[in-house]
Write a protein that binds this ligand. Sequence first.
Ligand code: DLL
Length: 430
Amino acid sequence: MSYWDEKFETMGADQMRAFQGEKLAETVAWVYGRVPFYKKALDEKGVSPGDIRSVDDITKLPFTVKNDLRDNYPFGLCAVPMTELARVHASSGTTGKPITGPYTPEDRDQWAGCMARTLWAQGLRPDDIAQNAYGMGLFTGGLGFYMGAEKVGCCLVPTGSGMTERQIMLMQDFGSTALFCTPTYALTIAEKAEQLGVDLRKLPLRMGSFGAEPWTVQMREEIEQRMGIRAHEAYGLTEMMGPGVGFSCEAYNLHLNEDHTYPEIVDPATLEPLPLGEKGELIFTALQRRAMPLLRYRTRDITSLRRIECECGRTLVVMDKILGRSDDMLIISGVNVFPSQIEALLMDIEEMEPHYRIRVTKRGHLDAMKVEAEAKPEVYAQGAQAVADLGRRLAKHIQAVIGVNAPVEVVPSGSIARSEGKAKRVFDER
Ligand code: DLL
């Protein structure tokens, strides 16, 4: 067993809580004195930094939401002047202004450490050749993985995302042993390689670290099988540091770096904390950051936390797979549906490909959902009837498992756009 940061990765529960409490108190004092937004929010709650004596006091603190970041764009929530920053990243943001992620030199170095922890746990070693196909730029994926791989000391090939044929050529020519990208881009690479007649399973490639979007266990297995690798997971968000917030270990449990980022699960409707094991909205508080540490930030990601005795020996809390973002949740005839649930059902059917999209329209007052998905090439060869039957089979499966009536159209092979980054699954036509 080997760890990057043994002390924190295997710390006992009491010691961890004491550490978190100390760091929480420091962080609250830091933002209270330096960020007018937090001074006001804490004053309004009647909480002063001295009231925070242990991590249990966290429930006294106000929440922070995405709109607070938008309202204070770009650096209104910063606790240091821009001249003290070492780096600024930003989320792509589908509408309006992006969310900014500023780092002091210390924030950046801690982030690099969290990424090294991630990649080490996933088996990356100094003799690896790592192809980094996350988007390089403002997106935290590219540079986050770059820093972690450099810290581990392997040979980094910073391809960035896109130019899939060239990715495959370089993978062959350089003998890449590790691949970093989104899971849907991994699938795009696998598919292109198959079309080019390149068997990725025969190449030295042996591990991947994928993340930045929800993906199911079925999708992981598909990638593992098609690439002949172990497909690991990275989790994170721009607001908290980027990737490096959580990582899957050799047992595929996703551990959170809770010495850096304190997690809570709350009921999204009441904001009341939920016990371990219950699904709700994930909330994070930055414990060690200085540029823009956020208190009780509502991620909108839906998941649950567990304390387990992981076979990897890490004591860091485990997070279940992200079901989806509350923004992506569809309410169809009163049933809450996440795209990831549709993905899991689709992949139960052997003849289907993991390429799909969900269209949502309004029928009267109700949301109507339609699934468009691709089948394996051999299905199309059997004619239109077989294609239509397959669609009906999947619709039945969806109805049986989640109780939602959603017609499924099996669309022509290759008609669903392939992803080079985060895949867009839901097309809202309401
Ligand atoms: O996606 C950071 C990242 C880069 C993580 C590379 C992992 C690998 P944002 O662009 O700010 O940051 O998007 C953050 O993406 O709140 C989740 O909804 C989603 N997300 C990230 N990782 C996962 C994952 C990066 N492993 C948002 N599973 C988060 C599910 C994920 N969703």
